[in-house]
Design a protein around this ligand. Structure first.
Ligand SMILES: [Zn+2]
Length: 445
């Protein structure tokens, strides 16, 4: 058999552990995994040596904002950032674009906007808002990977939140087709208005109890309906015990956290530094440690970016006022390095990173061909130098507005090459995407 591509590495991260191995690719898929020194008849044979070989990451939480708010972020720029960061599949959130993805027609608009512009593969979430119940089944049939809802103001008027009754009725509907609902879980009744430049006041305005009360509602509704629910961007580590209890009771619940909650701590955030604003907020270092433990214990299932950019004037509006600035941290290109930087210090392995950032998100989104180096899977590969470090230079970021709280930070672990279905994406010198965008628009498998 003749292969199109063979990639060998002393540190190949396979589903059953990291070892010296080779991955042979035929067409768009992995055809074989063999010994490091295995002989193949191949068009290209690349030996990465000590560079690690990972499956391409799957980021299930990305706000692309196109169409409608393309000046915030678009498919071309977001997917370029993804490729440069070792992410080969993104799942686009249904809000912040116009129209929001709450109908089959809006999904068609999304797909039309994305077609031909994506450097990596893109799947789509649908939205569940009051009055959109009749669109859930048609959107599910049209291939969305699940549905997103809010339990409080989303920040954009066209994507209103569900109340407790609405949540239960959406989950009942989704249970019939076993579709997933992902929930922004903060309770407005526990949140106070925040204003001013003091980061501590902003964090105090959105306390852990706001997450806890909302997650209680989700657990109760998931238990009552038998539906699958997922908590997005968990920040309050005190909720880990509640999640563990619900899982142990057989409630179909999963959770994610994000690189910024695992990397930053509130004590380090300067007043007026609105580039750190996101909701729920980055909390203190004690909370960060407890989040890590929840992740390491397997209660938190995955780490995804919540990449949510906006133009700099919205991020810095009101000269450092946390009440006015747009909430969102854009880290598609940096998430792998940010998480690895801390994980490595904690003695974690690349296997953990791949589980949290590739395998688990792929399985969450029902993308059966993604997230693993194994025969039959898409040949989405990343050459990663786990020992190299670099200083984050916003000028090198590929997303539209390179505002980032990571600017100037030294991160460990660098992407050297990314392959999408067997095709390399990055210029070897500059590390930025090269060639033509060939990402596909995916449906749920
Ligand atoms: Zn989000």
């Amino acid at each position: 058999m003749r292969y199109d591509l063979v990639v060998r590495s002393q540190r190949t991260v396979l589903p059953d552990g990291t070892r010296a191995a080779s991955v042979a690719v035929s067409g768009p898929a992995i055809a074989a995994v063999g010994e490091y020194g295995a002989r193949y008849d191949a068009d290209r044979d690349i030996d990465l040596g000590d560079l690690a070989l990972l499956p391409g990451l799957v980021d299930t939480h990305v706000h692309v904002n196109e169409p409608g708010r393309t000046e915030w972020e678009g498919f071309a720029t977001a997917t370029r950032a993804a490729a440069a960061g070792g992410v080969t599949t993104i799942c686009d959130m249904p809000l912040n674009s116009l129209p929001p993805t709450i109908s089959v027609a809006a999904l068609a608009d999304k797909r039309a906007a994305a077609a031909g512009r994506c450097w990596v593969d893109v799947a789509f979430w649908g939205g569940a808002v009051p009055g959109s119940q009749a669109s859930l089944r048609p959107l599910h049939d049209a291939g969305v990977i699940g549905f997103k809802c809010f339990l409080l103001d989303s920040g954009v008027p066209e994507f209103p939140p569900l109340d407790a009754a609405g949540l239960r009725s959406v989950l009942s509907e989704l249970a019939e087709v076993d579709a997933l609902l992902v929930v922004h879980a903060e309770d407005a009744a526990e949140i106070k208005p925040a204003a001013g430049r003091d980061f501590g006041s902003f964090v105090a305005s959105r306390p852990p109890v706001a997450e806890r009360r909302a997650i209680e509602k989700v657990i109760s509704a998931a238990a009552g309906t038998g539906a699958r629910a997922h908590i997005v961007h968990l920040s309050a580590a005190e909720c880990v015990a509640m999640l563990a209890g619900a899982k142990a009771a057989g409630i179909r619940l999963t959770a994610e956290t994000c690189p910024h909650y695992l990397y930053f701590a509130a004590e380090q955030v300067p007043d007026g530094a609105t580039e750190f604003k996101c909701c729920p907020p980055i909390r203190d270092s004690v909370n960060r440690e407890a989040l890590w433990r929840g992740l390491e214990a397997g209660v938190i299932d995955c780490v995804v970016s919540d990449h949510s950019p906006c133009p700099p004037e919205l991020k810095y509006s009101g000269s450092g006022d946390f009440g006015e600035a747009w909430g969102g941290i854009a880290s598609l290109q940096l998430g792998l390095s940010a998480v690895w930087t801390v994980a490595r210090r904690r003695g974690r392995a690349l296997d953990d990173i791949v589980r949290w950032m590739a395998a688990a998100p792929a399985s969450l989104a029902g993308l059966a061909a993604k997230g693993r180096l194994a025969p039959g899977y898409d040949a989405d590969l990343v050459a990663f130098d786990p020992d190299a470090s670099y200083v984050v230079d916003p000028a090198r970021l590929q997303h539209r507005h390179p505002v980032t709280p990571y600017a100037g930070r030294t991160l460990t672990g660098r992407v050297r090459q990314t392959w999408l279905r067997g095709t390399s994406l990055l210029d070897a010198e500059s590390g930025v995407p090269d060639g033509e965008p060939a990402g596909r628009l995916l449906n749920r498998d």
